[in-house]
Design a protein around this ligand. Structure first.
Ligand SMILES: Cc1cc2nc3c(=O)[nH]c(=O)nc-3n(C[C@H](O)[C@H](O)[C@H](O)COP(=O)(O)OP(=O)(O)OC[C@H]3O[C@@H](n4cnc5c(N)ncnc54)[C@H](O)[C@@H]3O)c2cc1C
Length: 507
C-alpha cells in the first residue's frame, strides 16, 4: 500500500492550493479529485480577485482586509491569468447615498497596501468611456480597482506546481472510505479502473460543497461547523460594450450584479444567490435567475436583452460557512478550519473565496505540518505559479517578445496561448518552427500540440475539460467542436496505449 504524509480530498481551488503549499514544504502529498480539477464551484465563480466591497456593509472588515491584501500577492504570482480590472459603479438617487459609497471606497482603497491597483475616483459619464453604454439617466458614478482571475486555470496551475514539487494528483478518483488505523489514515480511492487503498498520516477534507457529506458518509467524523449551500448563476451574452471596464450594478433588493468584459466578444453577467438543497453535482441556472439577470442588465444598459440573447450560462454552489444569516447574499464569505486530533489529524475546510485560497492553504499547512514533524516556513507568498514568471510581470512585453521569437504564430493565436499558458507556452510549442509543426488544426486555432499539452501536463481527459474549463474555446468554435475533440482524444489515447505496449515489449 502506498503511503503519504498528506491526502487532500478535493481538487477545487482550496484542495489544489493546500497540495501545492504542502508539497513545497517537502511533505509527500496525494490529491484526489472525484471529477476534473475545478469541475465544480472553482470554475463557476464571477472570477474576481476582490476584497468584496459589499461585505463592508456587513462589517466584515477582517475578511475584506485579508482579501484586499491577497489581491496584489496573487496578481504577481500569475500575471497571465490574473490582472487588474477597473469597475464602474453608476449612481443615482435611488441607491445607497453617495457619501456612504465614498466612505466605503475610501476604506477599500486604504485597508491594504496597493502597488499595481489604482485608487478609486468619482466620474461623470459624459466624460468617461463607460458612460456611452448606460441609460441616459445615469450621469455620474464611481470607479475603483479589483482583480480578474481565470478561476479554473488557477486551480490547474496550483495542481501543476504541486506535481512539480512531488505531489501525486489523481483526477477522476473519489475517496469513498477513510478510517483511522494506529497513527494513520487508511483511505479507499476509487476510479474507473477499480479501488485501491492508500495510507496517509494526515487527511484534509477540502470537498467544498461536499465537506459535510464527506465527514458524515465517508470519514464518519463529527462536524462542529455547518455549511449553507447557495447557488449562484451567470449568463453570457454577446458584448454589450466595447471598452475594458467592468460594471457593478446596485439592485433595489440591495444585491449587486457585475457585468464584465469576457473572452473578447462577450459580456459576463452575474450573479444570483439562491439557497440550494439539491445534488451539488447537478446544478443549473433556472428561468427566474435568467429573468433576474436580464432585468438587472436592462435596468442599467441602453441595449436591452432577453433570455433569447443568452449564448451560454453556468452555475455553481457556494459552500458558505453557515452563520445563520437570514438572507443568502448576507452569509459570510469567510472560512473556518476545523482540526480534529482525535487520532491521526483530520482538517476540514468550511467556506472561503478564490481570493483567499492561498492564505487559507498556508494556514492549513501551518497547522498540519508541525504535527507531521515538518517545521519548514510558509513559502507561497512570493512565488510564481507555473507560467507566471513573466519578466517584470509585464504581460504585454511578454507577448511582444513571444511574437518576435515565433513570428510564424498568428497574432490572435499568440495572444490566446500567452494568456492561457504564460511562459509555459514555450514548453507547449517545443521546437516547432512553423504552424505546420504544431500538428493538425483540429478546430480553428486549436492545434494538436496544445491538445497533447493539455492531456499530458494538465490532466485533461474530455472535450469539456479542454473546451470549457482549460479554455473557453467552446464559446468561439462552431457547434460540433466537442465531438471533434472527443474523437481526437480517443485516437490519442489509443496511440498512447499502443506506444506503451511497444515500449513494454522492447524492455
Ligand atoms: C456564483 C459564484 C461566484 C463566486 N465568485 C467569486 C469571486 O468572484 N471571487 C472569489 O474569490 N470567490 C468567488 N466565489 C467563491 C469561490 O468560487 C469558492 O469559495 C471556491 O471555488 C470554493 O472552492 P473549494 O475548493 O472549496 O470547492 P470546489 O471547487 O467545489 O472543490 C471541491 C472539490 O471536491 C471534490 N470532491 C468532493 N467529494 C469528493 C470525494 N469524496 N473524493 C474526491 N473529490 C471529492 C469535488 O468534486 C470538487 O471538485 C464564487 C462562488 C460562486 C458559486
Amino acid at each position: 500500500m502506498d503511503s503519504y504524509d498528506l491526502l487532500v480530498i478535493g481538487g477545487g481551488i482550496n484542495g489544489a492550493g493546500i497540495a501545492r503549499d504542502a508539497a513545497g514544504r517537502g511533505l509527500k502529498v496525494l490529491l484526489c479529485e472525484k471529477d476534473d480539477l475545478a469541475a465544480h464551484t472553482s470554475s463557476a465563480s464571477t472570477k474576481l480577485i476582490h476584497g468584496g466591497l459589499r461585505y463592508l456593509e456587513y462589517h466584515e472588515f477582517g475578511l475584506v482586509r485579508k482579501a484586499l491584501q491577497e489581491r496584489e500577492v496573487l496578481l504577481d504570482a500569475a500575471p497571465h491569468i490574473m490582472w487588474p480590472l477597473r469597475f464602474v459603479m453608476p449612481h443615482d438617487a435611488e441607491q445607497r447615498p453617495a457619501w456612504l459609497i465614498r466612505c466605503g471606497l475610501f476604506l477599500y482603497d486604504h485597508l491594504a497596501r496597493r502597488k499595481r491597483l489604482a485608487g478609486s475616483q468619482r466620474v461623470r459619464f459624459d466624460r468617461h468611456p463607460a458612460g456611452a453604454a448606460l441609460k441616459s439617466r445615469y450621469h455620474q458614478g464611481f470607479v475603483y480597482s479589483d482583480g480578474w482571475v481565470n478561476d479554473a486555470r488557477l486551480v490547474v496551475l496550483n495542481a501543476m506546481d504541486a506535481a512539480e514539487r512531488g505531489a501525486s494528483i489523481f483526477t477522476r478518483t473519489a475517496c469513498v472510505a477513510a478510517r483511522r488505523s494506529g497513527d494513520d489514515w487508511i483511505c479507499t480511492l476509487q476510479n474507473g479502473c477499480g479501488q485501491r487503498e492508500v495510507r496517509a498520516r494526515a487527511l484534509v477534507n477540502a470537498a467544498g460543497p461536499w465537506v459535510q457529506q464527506l465527514l458524515g458518509g465517508v470519514i464518519h467524523a463529527p462536524a462542529r461547523k455547518a455549511i449553507r449551500l447557495v447557488k449562484g448563476s451567470h449568463i453570457i451574452v454577446n458584448k454589450l460594450f466595447e471598452h475594458p471596464f467592468a460594471y457593478i450594478f446596485q439592485n433595489p433588493d440591495k444585491r449587486i450584479i457585475f457585468a464584465i468584459p469576457y473572452e473578447q466578444d462577450f459580456t459576463l453577467i452575474g450573479t444570483t444567490d439562491v439557497d440550494f438543497h439539491g445534488d451539488a453535482n447537478q446544478v443549473a441556472i433556472d428561468g427566474d435567475e435568467v429573468a433576474y439577470l436580464c432585468a438587472m442588465s436592462n435596468r442599467y444598459f441602453e441595449r436591452q436583452i432577453t433570455p433569447a440573447d443568452v449564448v451560454a450560462s453556468y452555475s455553481g454552489v457556494r459552500p458558505l460557512l453557515d452563520d445563520e444569516h437570514g438572507d443568502a447574499s448576507g452569509v459570510t464569505r469567510d472560512y473556518a478550519l476545523e482540526l480534529d486530533r482525535d487520532g491521526a489529524p483530520l482538517l476540514s475546510v468550511f467556506g472561503g473565496k478564490i481570493t483567499t485560497y492561498r492564505k487559507l492553504a498556508e494556514q492549513v499547512v501551518d497547522q498540519l505540518a508541525p504535527l507531521l514533524g515538518n517545521t519548514r516556513p510558509s513559502w507561497t507568498a512570493g512565488s510564481h505559479l507555473p507560467g507566471g514568471d513573466l519578466p517584470a510581470g509585464d504581460f504585454d512585453a511578454f507577448l511582444a517578445a513571444l511574437q518576435r521569437d515565433k513570428p510564424w504564430l498568428p497574432a490572435t493565436l499568440a495572444a490566446r496561448l500567452a494568456r492561457a499558458y504564460g511562459s509555459s507556452v514555450y514548453a507547449l510549442l517545443g521546437s516547432a518552427d512553423s504552424l505546420a509543426a504544431l500538428g493538425a488544426e483540429i478546430q480553428p486555432g486549436l492545434y494538436e500540440a496544445e491538445l497533447r499539452y493539455l492531456v499530458d501536463k494538465e490532466w485533461a481527459t474530455t472535450a469539456e475539460d479542454i473546451l470549457w474549463r482549460r479554455s473557453k474555446l467552446r464559446l468561439h468554435l462552431p457547434a460540433g467542436a466537442d465531438a471533434v475533440v472527443e474523437a481526437w482524444l480517443a485516437a490519442y489515447h489509443t496511440s498512447r496505449n499502443a506506444d506503451s505496449k511497444t515500449l513494454l515489449r522492447a524492455s
